[in-house]
Design a protein around this ligand. Sequence first.
Ligand code: SF4
Length: 466
Amino acid sequence: MSERLVTLGAKTGAPVRPAPAPDALRVYVETYGCQMNVADSDLIGSVLMDAGYASCDRADEADVILVNTCAVREKAEERVVARAAELGALKKKRPGTVLAIVGCMAEHLKEGLATRAPTVDVIAGPDSYRRMPALLAEARQKHDAPILDIKLDKAETYEGLSGAVGGDGVSGFVTIQRGCDKFCTFCVVPFTRGRERGTPPREILRQVRELADAGYREVMLLGQTVNSYVYEDVTFAQLLRAVAKVEGIERVRFTSPYPVDFTADVVAAIAEEPKICKYVHLPVQSGSDVVLERMRRGYTVADYRAIVASLRAAVPDIAFSTDILSGFSGETEEDHQATLALMRELRFDSAFMFAYSERDLTYAAKKLPDDVPEAVKKRRLAEIVKLQEEISAEVFAAHVGRRERVLVHGPSKRDPAQLMGRTDGFKTVILPAGVGSIGALVDVTIARATMATLFGVAESSPGSVT
Ligand code: SF4
């Protein structure tokens, strides 16, 4: 899971709502963490807009500042603590401003969060978002102690709420599953997001249709272990095929699958259904059986290798990314070398790579010593990153000269005069302006590549295909 920061501002493609009243309270949302959190921030935005709030994209102009947080790594929590201090200074300049810290870190630290972030007014967990308007209203009346709402709810899937507020107007998220039952020994998510539960398929399809009607071309189905999705007798493979049939949606993605839940029917759906993207994020975490066992990941390196092989056999050009956690309890130099060897063997297109940091509540924090010295973790992580950079550079370079179909997402962040799009294999492509409009699928030739970006040029025939 990557840590990143995004803000909720004015979006294109959002469902039509009545304009907020001129005196509507303004909410600014900042998001840390994975795509699930980005989708949750859209959901919170949707709940608040329905309650009459207006969104704003500057914290210093907001009546409510809402920070949606991640607890996966200590560093992510430290960033929020530092940010809460900055936002506290803004609150002083604008008395009456409410600071809400929500999501996994709020659930993880509970009332203890107020000690680390004394300026917080509302602490709310991932299952409390329907109640945000009431919590914020209460906080505006009450100033002595923060309002706490951290009860997890085994049944909450936010059915009936809109998933189509955010995104870039081209690619939207639909959360199909919440919580996690795997209890990997290093991971705090089952404690912060509760038990696994699937959203009913009819609700997922309603949200996908809502995205399509709003002009979105791509949908990313989200779940902590997305391919373990099951609802009554509907399997993940059946759901994927049904989503791919929604008119207007040209690409279907999903993240993150759990390796051992990759069944043959899911592999077949990816291979057979052209709209399901030929890209899989498949977290491996380690290349050592001993470490995988200690992590309780439920697979061996041989199992993982077999899943990759079955996907590559069914879909020869499939792209893979992965997560690697370096320096877990008891990891030896030999274990580390095994991870490097597996990376060389499987050649992931890209990877999210992290050094282990202990999270309280987890089995590892209670029973497994965090015994790899920080300097060793750092060095091993640097070796992993360096190797992945070399592999990514080679994988990306191999695309030069190839024809790629690219979905245009919007202007390039670095140079708004250019466009940014993605290939079916989830590679970012920078395109010259005029190659296609936003939301179009265009055929381009890859002219050059870095280790993270492709650069496309128009084909000699007109590029736009839709
Ligand atoms: S599968 Fe493991 S790593 Fe992923 S969210 Fe669940 S417990 Fe955490």
